[in-house]
Design a binder for this molecule. Structure first.
Ligand code: MLT
Ligand code: ZN
Length: 455
């Protein structure tokens, strides 16, 4: 395949074949896949995306949609001879309507820009995560991004009121038009959300906005045992409306501190920590819940933010974990079970790892209030990298069998991409996968969209 396929789609300056572009745009944050695209295309309009799709169908070139490339499942890694289509030039906020509480923007708008735009209009876009400074709204939609406030606000899907997509046949679908109520049959919008670029390109989105929340408080608690985390959650949930309930282990915190990205919250280390966020007006109730946790010995210490700056620095302890672990290339897993299953599931996973792989260390963290755990296994110094990768490949099926036994998800919020494609059957029934394949054939009959991902 050559870049010449796309000569009539875009001006030459936006068809890049230089090494710098191929390396930069060819991959996301996963490190275990080789990227080898032949060209990077930078469309500025929906028409240009349509022309790219038509040319790709004619010459049967695989197209890899590319947003902020912050993904962790290889969904934006381009294989040999494939063309990367970066949406970064389609980065305009098109319209904001305070009356409708809606903002319409192109796919390449950075999440933080969307959040700031909402704020300027006296509104609030609540979906948030550590990579919001680089991720694009189009990518968030394609992967149904979650993050730190799902417990209160849900996932990206819950905020999409309208969607413009270019399908794999080059059709432009303008879906739902920002309506609140629209019961006119199948809601195709939801097929494209979380489809990881396998059915179409998200080119524009109309996102719902909320009333800004009142001032928030952050509380970090020392939690002695993994088991106690859900007791802490129950105690607080019955007292206050939580905006976040995160957890992390001392091992994960240690990496953040070692990189100078935060300060220890209490003098005495604790095996685990819970980070809670809630409305400042619920302070008194939160203090009572805290005292109940101390009395029950499910928490041993706590620090409550007294200022915005302290709130940010407490959040940094959790949000900087991923970046602080990245250079160690941990074996990452992003799994979920029902909240009521979390305590037993945690015990099972902990037992599996400790009994079968006693020499590995797990940096636990995640959005445990949503039932979502991030399990990052660190390479023991004595193991070579290939030995470690091989070891982890043995852990995956055993871990996913535990997930399957509880009807859980092998990918709670990071998507399937290349990383989990071969394991999809642990979370989706054969009939579901067959239906997904049928949809793929309908919207992308020649299989040009993000080939090899998800299915
Ligand atoms: C997080 O919660 O920090 C992100 O999902 C990234 C990660 O899991 O590494
Ligand atoms: Zn996460």
């Amino acid at each position: 395949m050559t870049a010449a396929t796309f000569n009539n789609c875009l001006p030459a300056a936006r068809i890049r074949t230089d090494d710098e572009a191929l390396v930069r745009y060819g991959r996301d944050r996963t490190t275990s896949f080789v990227a080898d695209p032949c060209v990077v295309l930078l469309p500025e309009t929906t028409d240009e995306v349509v022309r790219i799709v038509e040319a790709a169908n004619r010459d049967r070139v695989g197209l890899v949609p590319s947003g902020g490339r912050t993904g962790l499942s290889g969904g934006a890694v381009a294989g040999t001879g494939q063309a990367v289509v970066s949406l970064e030039r389609m980065n305009r906020v098109l319209e904001i309507s305070a009356a409708d509480r809606l903002v319409t923007c192109q796919a390449g708008v950075i999440t933080q820009v969307l959040q700031a735009t909402a704020e300027q209009a006296g509104l609030f876009y609540p979906v948030d995560f550590a990579s919001s400074g680089s991720s694009f709204i189009g990518g968030n939609i394609a992967t149904n991004a979650g993050g730190i406030r799902v417990i209160r606000y849900g996932m990206t899907r819950d905020w999409v009121a309208g969607l413009k997509v270019v399908t794999g046949t080059g059709d432009v679908l303008d879906l739902n038009h920002g309506l609140v109520k629209n019961n006119t049959g199948y809601d195709l919008r939801h097929l494209f959300i979380g489809s990881e670029g396998t059915l179409g390109f998200v080119v524009e989105a109309t996102m719902r906005l909320a009333r800004p929340p009142e001032a928030q408080r952050v509380l970090v608690l020392a939690v002695p045992r993994l088991d106690d985390l859900m007791r802490v959650l129950e105690t607080f949930q019955s007292a206050v409306d939580l905006s976040a309930f995160e957890f992390f282990s001392e091992l994960a915190l240690g990496r953040v501190l070692a990189h100078g990205r935060g300060q220890r919250p209490f003098a005495t280390p604790s095996p685990f920590y819970a980070l809670l966020e809630f409305d400042a007006s619920a302070d008194d109730k939160a203090v009572t819940a805290f005292e109940a946790c101390i009395a029950a010995n499910v928490a041993t210490d706590g620090v409550l933010s007294q200022s915005d700056a302290q709130m940010q620095s407490l959040w940094a302890l959790r949000e900087n974990i991923s970046e602080s672990l990245a250079q160690e290339k941990p074996y990452k897993n992003d799994i979920a079970v029902r909240i009521s299953d979390v305590p037993d599931f945690l015990r099972e996973v902990d037992t599996l790892v400790k009994s079968r792989y006693p020499d590995v260390e797990v940096a636990w963290y995640g959005h445990i209030g949503d039932g979502n755990l991030h399990l990052n296994i660190l390479k023991p110094a004595a193991l070579s990298e290939p030995e470690f990768v091989d070891r982890c490949h043995h852990i995956s099926p055993e871990l996913f069998a535990l997930v399957q036994a509880r009807n859980g998800s092998i990918s709670a919020e990071h998507g399937v991409g290349l990383l989990k494609r071969d394991f999809l059957g642990y979370s989706r029934a054969p009939e579901e996968i067959a239906a997904m394949r049928a949809m793929k054939t309908l919207f992308d009959p020649n299989g040009i969209l993000n080939p090899g991902k998800l299915l």
